[in-house]
Design a protein around this ligand. Structure first.
Ligand SMILES: Cc1cc2nc3c(=O)[nH]c(=O)nc-3n(C[C@H](O)[C@H](O)[C@H](O)COP(=O)(O)O)c2cc1C
Length: 199
């Protein structure tokens, strides 16, 4: 794969918030998506992740409820008003959700020098790989974290000592996904804040 091909895959992966209920990705496609996730860099190759694959409508409904509760919590705490109008219908419409769970005890040596987030960083890289694989298979996806982790742990029976890097919603996109813009990169020369001479 050359750079233009890689870049077009990167551009193709855009957050999808509207899914067709069918088709449900096949088992071999789900395996490919998870296998892509497992190729992510991770501290000491401890591979801190595990995956909960959800297709059951009842469970998706419960997750949606957790999302609605999170919206409510934001509004009650004076958070931005637009949250009230943010539709999370996709939480039930998407045919597949994969929770990426990580073990903070497998975060590498960062605990010794103020970097305790290794497992979440690895889980994040894992999710990115999964989303790129989903895009390569023709699926839209969304990295979703808008929930109280305690609620999602309860719904998915995830042990309390594990952390949730995200819920990844996957399915065929319903309609066009709007392009998402990127700002110009902020790049310094040699140390933070120093402009490049030719900038
Ligand atoms: C850690 C993380 C958490 C996110 N959580 C949510 C979320 O809860 N709900 C949502 O709609 N999008 C969520 N997103 C997606 C971002 O909103 C999205 O990536 C960003 O707006 C850029 O758009 P793009 O993915 O289409 O390039 C999350 C992304 C990341 C990396």
């Amino acid at each position: 794969m050359d750079y233009p091909q890689l870049f077009s895959l990167l551009e193709e992966r855009r957050s999808c918030r509207s899914f067709q209920p069918e088709p449900v990705p096949e088992q071999n496609e789900i395996a490919k998506i998870i296998r892509a996730g497992q190729q992510a860099p991770n501290p000491l190759n401890l591979q801190p992740w595990s995956f909960v694959v959800v297709t059951d409508p009842g469970t998706k409904k419960e997750l949606r409820q957790a999302g609605e509760e999170a919206k409510q919590a934001v509004l009650e705490q004076g958070g931005p008003g637009w949250v009230g109008g943010f539709s999370i219908d996709f939480m039930e419409a998407a045919p597949l959700v994969i929770a990426v769970v990580v073990d903070p005890a497998k975060g590498g040596l960062g605990d010794y020098f103020n970097q305790p987030t290794g497992s979440i960083q690895a889980g994040s890289a894992c999710i990115q790989n999964m989303m790129l694989a989903a895009a390569a298979l023709g699926y839209g996806s969304l990295w979703f974290t808008f929930f109280d982790p305690a609620r999602v742990r309860e719904i998915l029976k995830i042990p309390a000592h594990l952390a949730i890097a995200g819920l990844v919603y996957i399915g065929r996109a319903a309609g066009e996904i709007p392009a998402s813009r990127r700002r110009a990169a902020v790049v310094y020369d040699g140390c933070f804040g120093r402009e490049a001479a030719d900038a």
